[in-house]
Ligand binder design. Structure first.
Ligand code: GLU
Length: 287
């Protein structure tokens, strides 16, 4: 993936929460207009854009008078059928008034998982891009059933990005970032912050056996897991260099390993640093 400004092909995913007004359950027109402006700017720079848009079910359920709460499968399929046409219409109206041809593509999971169908879908998307159209993609919710569906459009957008060789994927949503669980369903869900490396000096102990390259848990002084990562040393070597400066590693071990116990690229923080007193991490094998 490359930065947005340098990308040749960009997949932009739009979530229902941004597109559909929660109160009225109608398309949030003002927001959509600003999105279209952004898409036009990207295209104006010669970048190819593919849109993955949610919103069909949210729009359709209101029109069909379906109440709040979880829909039965047949209800969400029906809502998608009614909402998708409205969604497509809104995109067509706004984009074509700016001279951009819109193409609707509805995919099912099998279109990306089965080779022949994958090749077919990929060829269609390729032709559309070649011809200058802007593909607007959604899951074909009217025929997708619980067992055989992407389920959420983040997943669909990631598959579309792979399929089309996109070098940038943008997920537009009202969620702040990556969480340890779905924050709408699980109140204990925590925002995962990507942060600094774990250096030998910050480690006070090790537990259990692990090898270089294993995934380990990092525990705070109170024993709570605060991060997980791929460790650059075995348990024996880690114990020898813990609490010491990285510059001492070569002397302590007799070879020059990595400066970091766990490099930040290999580390996922599950809880912000600095809460619950001094962080005194100790690697142990991940459960
Ligand atoms: N495909 C669904 C829809 O258009 C949305 C799935 C999602 O929100 O991720 O309503």
């Amino acid at each position: 993936m490359v930065p947005l400004t340098q990308a040749r092909r960009i997949v932009v995913k739009v979530g229902s929460a941004l597109l559909v007004d929660a109160e009225s359950a109608r398309i949030n027109r003002a927001w959509l207009e600003t999105l279209v402006e952004d898409l036009l700017r990207l295209r104006g720079r010669g970048q190819r854009v593919i849109l993955v848009s949610s919103g069909a079910i949210a729009l359709g359920r209101r029109r069909l008078g379906l109440k709040h709460g979880t829909l039965r499968l047949e209800e969400s399929q029906a809502a998608a059928a009614v909402g998708q046409i409205r969604l497509a219409h809104a995109y067509k109206e706004l984009l074509e008034s700016n001279d951009v041809t819109v193409a609707q593509v509805l995919l099912t999971l099998e279109d990306s998982e089965r080779r022949r169908r994958y090749l077919n879908a990929r060829a269609t998307l390729e032709s559309l891009l070649e011809l200058g159209a802007l593909p607007v993609i959604n899951e074909n919710d009217t025929v997708a059933t619980a067992e055989i569906r992407y389920g959420d459009n983040d997943r669909l957008a990631a598959r579309v990005a792979q399929m089309t060789g996109a070098d940038c994927l943008v997920l537009l949503s009202d969620v702040a970032g990556l969480y340890s669980a779905d924050p709408n369903r699980d109140p204990s869900a925590r925002l995962v912050h990507e942060g600094r490396s774990l250096l030998p000096a910050g480690v006070t102990g090790t537990r259990g056996r692990f090898d270089r390259g294993d995934t380990v848990s990092v525990l705070a002084a109170d024993g709570v897991e605060i991060a997980r990562g791929i460790i650059a040393y075995s348990d024996g070597d880690a114990a020898r260099i813990m609490g010491r400066k990285s510059s001492e590693i070569a002397e302590l071990l007799g070879f020059r390993g990595r400066d970091e116990m766990i490099h930040r690229d290999d580390l996922v923080l599950l809880r912000p640093h600095g809460t619950g007193g001094a962080a005194v991490p100790a690697p142990q094998p991940a459960p």
